[in-house]
Design a protein. Structure first.
Length: 614
């Protein structure tokens, strides 16, 4: 088990360490100060700390280009070297409103208006507010100690002096467009991303990891390997699976179904739309409406494309009255859902508008919760391990301030989750108050080949839907009782998990997942008949094989197979035909020499069963 955060693994402090967060927060302010110095007339928006760094949004009168990042970094270095103090000040709403209005910072006015009336308003200065008067925007233009300051509305916290940031421990990364408040109807701003660390060596380790992450980017590899595409002509955020990608998806789905059937699950298939009233009953219309597509009219009734599978499984349960003897019921579905995501939030396979959840729901008795959760944890470990993920970060999230359900049932469910985790022997972190309003949950992040963590599996106990839908079972004493409902997903979604797999393996899939496992490379047309007979035999044995029909020279065929990351290639020349064998080489292991078909099949079968890279 691992308990690290999403960071390179070389001598780095914890991502959530207070010092590192304060460094990044202050670095964001320093960047904004530098930008307003270099580009007069720039208006500042928001500048939060994010994973591995920070960003700031600007409304700049000119276009900031990547070539400008170096100049901004130099200006930041001057501010850092000046060792300005960072000063917190509480302000009155009317006073700060007048000051922001005078400075003509419209985004700050909107931020001010969003601060609740009862909340204390604070701002942070870089430099002393008692020296001088701002000449333009929020700071004096000359960057010199004791003769400059800049401020921003901010809740904090920050370091004490700019000089606490090591000059070679930060870097600006890239520029992107971003709509104000993520709303396409509002102005488009320029967003500058940066990263900051406690030491230069930590920055160097992160940049190395980032470079490796770019090499593994699933969007780039998806294009190069012809796995999938996002067709803008059909609308953004919708995935088109190409033959090779669809082949891998089929393998994943087939594995998933078999694993679930062996674990006592039954499979469901449910519709893609339903009457809008269903989503009102479930509560999704009230709490999730902004993430749902508009409803459609069908014979004067409103129908809604589904954002969740849960209500459909509940209706299936309610189709007949169940006895306590039938429970637990474990129902699983690869159910495609549709959610409205703003175009600026879409990101390859990681954030899409239509995706397939590996959804499952368990309906059980209260005393069965711990046992069922433990079985889910075992299944999660089995499946994730088979796909190459063996290190996890586990979080247990408990009751939030706003919730439904009685104290008794919350305590029962939370205790059951802890009991299951303890029985599993996994380390976990308790996130007090981080549960959903309808029940506690377990979240599992998987660590990939370069140390990044990805949220995938989740297990949630739900007290809300059984109540909303008046779900019942007949108890041993003849009374009617509410079942416990457990939501769980292992991949999260097939699309996102596929993207994670691509990046984890850098496109070099283990043999059992590779869309094409073996490619035969004929040296000439004279040997094609033998090569085709070998392909037929391989396919009959369950191996995904093909022959290179390009007609290119052998060197070009080998190079093409390398670029397409084909795990195994078998060269067929006149000598191989005469001896009825193949010259085999693997992408990772290199030359395996000559072997006959039976020997090759035996070797392939061993690697497939072990789910290894060959």
């Amino acid at each position: 088990m691992v308990s690290s955060l999403n960071k390179p693994q070389e001598n780095l402090s914890q991502e959530d360490s207070e010092k590192l967060l304060r460094i990044r927060h202050t670095c964001a302010h320093i960047m904004a100060m530098a930008v307003q110095k270099l580009f007069p007339g720039t208006k500042v928006a928001t500048g939060p700390v994010i994973e591995n760094g920070f960003y700031y949004d600007f409304d700049c009168p000119v276009s900031i280009t990547p070539d400008d990042l170096g100049k901004i970094e130099q200006q930041m270095g001057r501010i850092i070297n000046a060792n300005f103090p960072i000063i917190r000040e509480e302000v009155e709403r009317a006073e700060i409103r007048a000051e922001i209005t005078e400075l003509n910072e419209p985004y700050k006015l909107e931020i001010l208006d969003r601060i609740p009336p009862a909340e204390t308003i604070t701002r942070y200065f870089i430099g002393s507010p008692d020296i001088g008067t701002p000449e333009s925007s929020l700071f004096i233009t000359d960057i010199q100690p004791n003769n400059n300051y800049w401020w921003d509305l901010c809740a904090g916290t920050h370091i004490n002096f700019t000089g606490e940031i090591q000059p070679d421990a930060f870097k600006l990364l890239n520029i992107a467009g971003a709509y104000w408040q993520g709303d396409e109807t509002k102005p488009q701003l320029q967003r500058i991303y940066g990263t900051a660390w406690e030491t230069p060596s930590q920055l160097a380790a992160y940049l190395k990891q980032r470079e490796e992450a770019l090499r593994r980017d699933h969007r780039k590899l998806g294009q190069e390997l012809n796995l999938f595409s996002i067709q803008e002509a059909a609308g953004g955020g919708l995935v088109f699976w190409h033959p090779k990608g669809a082949n891998i998806r089929y393998i994943i789905e087939d594995y998933w179904r078999k694993a679930h059937l062996e674990s006592g699950y039954q499979l469901l298939y449910t519709p893609h739309i339903a009457n809008l009233d269903l989503w009102k009953t479930s509560g999704h219309f009230d709490f999730y409406q902004e993430n749902m597509f508009d409803s459609m009219d069908v014979e004067n009734q409103a129908y809604q494309i589904k954002p969740m599978n849960c209500p459909f499984h509940v209706l299936t349960y309610k189709h007949q009255l169940h006895s306590y003897r039938e429970l637990p019921l474990r129902w699983a579905e690869l159910g495609t859902v549709y959610r409205y995501e703003r175009s600026g939030a879409l990101h390859g396979l990681m954030r899409v508008r239509g995706f397939t959840q590996d959804d499952a729901h368990i309906f059980c008795l209260p005393h069965q919760i711990a046992e069922e959760i433990l079985k889910v944890l075992n299944l999660i470990e089995q499946i994730l391990s088979d796909f190459g993920f063996k290190n996890y970060e586990v979080n247990l999230s408990t009751r939030p301030d706003k919730s439904v359900g009685t104290d008794t049932v919350w305590e029962l469910a939370t205790s059951a989750l802890k009991q299951a985790l303890d029985a599993k022997g996994w380390n976990y972190v308790v996130d007090e108050g981080g549960g959903a309003f309808y029940g506690p949950k377990i979240d599992i992040k998987i660590q990939d080949a370069i140390g990044r963590l990805w949220q995938c599996s989740t297990i949630q106990v739900d007290f809300n839907l059984p109540e909303r839908f008046d779900m019942e079972y007949i108890a041993a004493d003849g009374s009617r009782q509410r079942p416990i409902m457990i939501h769980r997903a292992i991949f999260g979604s097939l699309e996102r998990f596929f993207g994670i797999l691509v990046e984890n393996y850098a496109g070099d899939f283990p043999l059992w997942l590779a869309p094409i496992q073996v490619r035969l490379l004929p040296v000439s047309d004279d040997v094609r008949e033998y090569a085709e007979s070998v392909v037929i035999a391989l396919k009959k044995a369950g191996i995904r094989a093909e022959i290179d029909n390009s007609g290119e020279r052998l060197g070009k065929q080998i190079r093409t197979a390398e670029l397409e990351k084909i795990p195994v290639v078998a060269v067929v020349g006149k000598k191989e035909v005469e001896n009825q064998n193949l010259s085999v080489r693997t992408r990772i292991g290199g030359d395996l020499g000559t072997m006959n078909l039976d020997e090759l099949l035996h070797r392939l079968e061993e690697v497939v069963i072990a789910k290894q890279v060959i």
